[in-house]
Design a protein around this ligand. Sequence first.
Ligand SMILES: Nc1ncnc2c1ncn2[C@@H]1O[C@H](COP(=O)(O)OP(=O)(O)OP(=O)(O)O)[C@@H](O)[C@H]1O
Ligand SMILES: [Mg+2]
Length: 383
Amino acid sequence: MIEIRNVSKIYPNGFRAVDGLSLSIPKGDLVVFIGPSGCGKTTTMRMINRLIAISTGEILIEGRNNQEIPAEELRRNIGYAIQQIGLFPHMTVSQNIATVPRLLEWDEGRIRRRVDELLELVGLDPDLYRDKFPRQLSGGQQQRVGVARALGADPPIMLMDEPFGAVDPITREILQDEFIQIQHAVEKTIVFVTHDIDEAIKMGDRIAILRDGKLVQYDTPETLLEKPNGRFVRDFVGADRQLKRLGLVGIRELLDKQVVRVYMDATAAQAKEVMEKNGVRSVFVVERETDILRGWVNKEALEVADSLLDAMHEAPYSDIAVRERATAREALSAMVARGFRVTPVVNREGRLVGTIRLEAIQELAIYNPVVPPQALGEATLNE
Ligand SMILES: Nc1ncnc2c1ncn2[C@@H]1O[C@H](COP(=O)(O)OP(=O)(O)OP(=O)(O)O)[C@@H](O)[C@H]1O
Ligand SMILES: [Mg+2]
């Protein structure tokens, strides 16, 4: 746990870059600092690892005042990926990444294995990149080497200052996902700075919103989106915060598992019978043995066709269904794009596992109405 207690950074000109900041970062959590440029994010990070001196207040790391922790121990326990990348230009990629392991006098074999492992982790082929110099890399590649270097000796604490800022959106998403995985596996305590609210929402266990060196709100992404504590935060998270909130909800809890279905090899008459029995006007069509989704069929089409296959609307499941690990936001987006009021949901193999109604997502989105429920008319409530 990192505890920041009433910490300020006051420059000689009297400017308060950080102003009475207090917050605790629980062990194993990833906490995102976000806020306008100049609000004190980098300064706060650098006070944690003592690259910048604290003016007043204190920072405790696992209960110990960080001023009393030997520099060597701080360096070993806190990985730091700095905002401007800051690779050593005269060293190769591999030498850069090996900086801390070398200080710790790891043996050469272990260092080499670690370097390759980290290069792979950040998506750089070790054989192509380990002997290159920073100037031979693009900005985004340098940034990834910077992240690998910060992870070098597997420190329990990581300070990451806009680590994916210079990376294209696709690679960025891969790195984010990788990082979330690492985080779940090894439970590092991470302070992560970003300017991207979507990245903050995706990555953060908690998000600290800073402004003019002060903490404005410190909450989980869910709470921040549901209950921004004022205009500044509301503007900061964006007008589409309800949509963003849907991005945090998995569809599993909305899933309707009772799906009426017919098999591909059914006759038109059998399909009609299933519809009548269930009182529906269309059903999904699946393969018999596997339950893999193959399309759907409407009652009207069956009336005029000779067989189920003639009548059915056939399509690959990837075109008509959403995956069961999708978020409510992704499901909504797919439904809007396809014009569906109900979307089928499939597992990884394409097996139909349920459906989701558009209204179920809608209810989720407006569960927190501005008008108190008792003020709504009966008709609205019963709709
Ligand atoms: N030596 C200094 N003297 C006076 N002010 C300084 C000094 N160094 C930094 N500052 C100011 O401290 C404030 C906080 O800087 P900091 O680098 O922490 O911002 P930041 O939140 O990381 O911004 P960004 O998002 O742009 O990286 C800035 O307004 C900066 O101009
Ligand atoms: Mg900064």
